[in-house]
Design a protein around this ligand. Sequence first.
Ligand code: GLA
Length: 389
Amino acid sequence: MQAIVPISSRVREIYQQQFGDPALIVRSPGRINLIGEHTDYNLGFVLPAAIDKAIYIAINKRDDDQILLYAADLDQFYTGNLHALNKSGQQWPDFMLGVVQQLQKAGHVISGFSAVVMGDVPLGAGLSSSAAVECATVFALNELFGLQLARLTMVQTAQKAENEFVGLQCGIMDPFASIFGKEGHVIRLDCRSLDFAYMPFATDAYRIVLFDTGVKHSLASSEYNLRREECEAGVRMIQKTYPQVQSLRDAAPYMVNECLQGGDPIVYNRCRFVVEEINRLQEACDDLINNDLIAFGQKMFATHDGLSRLYAVSCPEADTLVDLVRNRPAVLGARMMGGGFGGCTINLVQKDAVEALIKEVEESYEVSFGRIPKSYMVTIANGTSIVTI
Ligand code: GLA
């Protein structure tokens, strides 16, 4: 049998072949989110966790201003200059260049560097491979150049890189989960105050299973930014009556009904979902505290229905994957996860039933869509760190 070489060793070897010895290797994980979707940029709560699938970066300084990057999984190179940061046209380098730009904006001085990036976070599957690349980059550059950034600053740097360089107006959840993840725990993050608490997530009897729609969310960026604008439009309407409301986090359901019902139905539906979802998450956290995963799972289904009908970010493939597991006692909860328009569904499944469930879902999905969906079993892992080999 062939021994499986860990990615951290492979990334080092590839770096050695391309550039010489790396100064360090950093691992930054992808994320799941149990509940609380599209609530981060509305300054509500989220409940994500880092997973055991990650991006690895091997890196070292250069003594000029060049940036040399190699994405080993894609076999693609990028060459650029620290002082001429433009979009690469290749996507993956942009996540790294955006971080460099943010560091420069914050007044940090770095030299050129070379890096190899690779990993096992499925791309375009809603597991935040992009945030993982950004977080690995900022963590690695911080270490390499002794920038002394706090973890939260790294999170904010990664988010701004995505907002300002890549152009997705995403919230803080993905980089926060990647950097702050803790094995066996979900993170209850208040996206307004940035206070957070680790909550144990017992997965002894249950497994977290992801079914991948296989739909790459090409619409995601424009539709995502549009959702954000629709929420902001709702806030402006509510403010006319309740000026204290700064974001949907501050809005109670009665305010949404009073100020938005009868107006633009799209804005009403979007805001209603977000306000309901913020409350649902808090109740779901009570379920966790009471160890009532059955009630927790029901809320996941309710979230899916809201995302699909009110927030309109699901797709037929994700709806089907959720419908296929509904009303099965072995599945406590399921819903589409992340920004939407494709990606994965997250399912909380009784351990002993996982194998049979995967088989049945594969067969039924193939009948509907002509292809077998990939499935991933994930466990909750630690956040960004240096890897010692
Ligand atoms: C994407 C964004 C996050 C969050 C989710 C939806 O993953 O990057 O900030 O808004 O969508 O919850």
